[in-house]
Design a protein around this ligand. Structure first.
Ligand code: CUA
Length: 339
């Protein structure tokens, strides 16, 4: 099968996956999110009960001791001073409640944080940038962006382990249906793991204000059947397609400043080395969106994006290169060949 046909097939298979458009914390689909959901429900139940008791007592007191028509005008209710039983009760009960909440939270946090990866675990390095996500698979030599492909794992045995880093400021990785938030901090590596139980596309956001386009730093986790994941990984490992018909367009792309920030890998050697300033474009057309999820990857959007990214994503660091119409057509045509 040609690389192109394989890429088209893989894209069609991703399109068939159910998309969890609403990042719903009440519908957890992975172990960390499930554990956190349960403890959130317990906290809701305890604090809900406290609310009902306190609000109920206040309502009852307001109603029961309201002023009645034959009350004497400046009469005070009986005053209670220093009841040891009451003071012990309202000190001990809140302390016990706080102990329960702290204890169960600590247990869940430790359970999620301390899970160490099995030797054969899929490892992914995610590097936050203003305002996109670099995604690396060190064992596969894959470098991609904004879409994190992982195998779905019905029994939770094939979790993906994420190393979270940042190239600039603090970001926060949050895919609500898969796990709680974890910050990406410069000069530090944080860890988390996800084990999506069903194939699907799980949407997430950056959850730490990181500058102008923080709100448009979107990401998606594409959980695929293990076979489909392997096929995706194999396609991503290949070097960029070299289409002889694109020679002139490729030359135009390389003559412009695009290559200062974006890599197009032309050898099959694993992509490694330092973080690039912009997303790797080797298999650009395998991604569903542009600008970290701002617009879908259609020919029209791509042309508008290359023409001036600041229209779709004001403040983003990719400048308008003020390309002529024919240069624009060449660049877009070349990018579209990068299956
Ligand atoms: Cu990255 Cu907010």
């Amino acid at each position: 099968m040609s690389v192109h046909a394989l890429a088209v097939l893989l894209q069609a298979r991703v399109a068939e996956l159910p998309e969890h458009r609403i990042a719903n914390i009440f519908n957890p689909m992975a172990s960390p999110a499930q554990a956190e959901y349960k403890i959130a429900m317990l906290s809701f139940a305890i604090t809900g009960a406290i609310f009902v008791v306190v609000a109920g007592l206040i309502t009852y007191a307001i109603w029961r001791y309201r002023r009645k028509p034959n009350d004497a005008t400046n009469q005070e209710p009986p005053q209670v001073y220093g009841s040891t039983q009451i003071e012990v009760a309202w000190t001990v009960i809140p302390i016990l409640i706080a102990f329960v909440l702290v204890g169960v939270s600590a247990r869940v946090i430790a359970g999620v944080q301390n899970a160490s990866p099995p030797a054969e675990a899929l490892k992914i390095t995610i590097i936050g940038h203003q305002w996109w996500w670099e995604v690396r698979y060190p064992d596969y030599g894959i470098v991609t962006a904004n879409e994190i492909h992982v195998p779905a794992t019905a029994d939770g045995k094939n979790a993906a382990y994420l190393q979270l880093q940042s190239a600039d400021v603090i970001h926060s990785f949050w895919v609500p249906q898969l796990s709680g938030k974890m910050d990406l901090v410069p000069n530090r590596t944080n860890y988390m793991w996800i084990d999506p139980r069903e194939p699907g596309v799980y949407l997430g956001n950056c959850a730490e204000y990181c500058g102008t386009q923080h709100a448009n730093m979107l990401l998606s986790v594409v959980a695929q059947e293990p076979g489909d994941f392997k096929a995706w990984a194999a396609a991503q490992q290949r070097a960029a397609v070299i289409d002889p018909q694109q020679a002139a367009n490729k030359a135009a792309f390389e003559a412009l400043s695009c290559v200062n920030c974006h890599a197009v890998r032309t050898t099959s050697s694993p992509g490694s080395g330092p973080a690039k300033f912009g997303p790797d474009l080797t298999h650009f057309m395998s991604r569903r969106t542009l600008g970290a999820g701002v617009v879908t990857n259609t020919p029209q959007h791509l042309r508008e994006w290359v023409d001036d990214p600041n229209i779709a994503k004001p403040g983003c660091y990719m400048p308008s290169m003020k390309l002529t119409d024919s240069e624009l057509s060449q660049v877009v045509s070349y990018l579209q060949s990068l299956q």
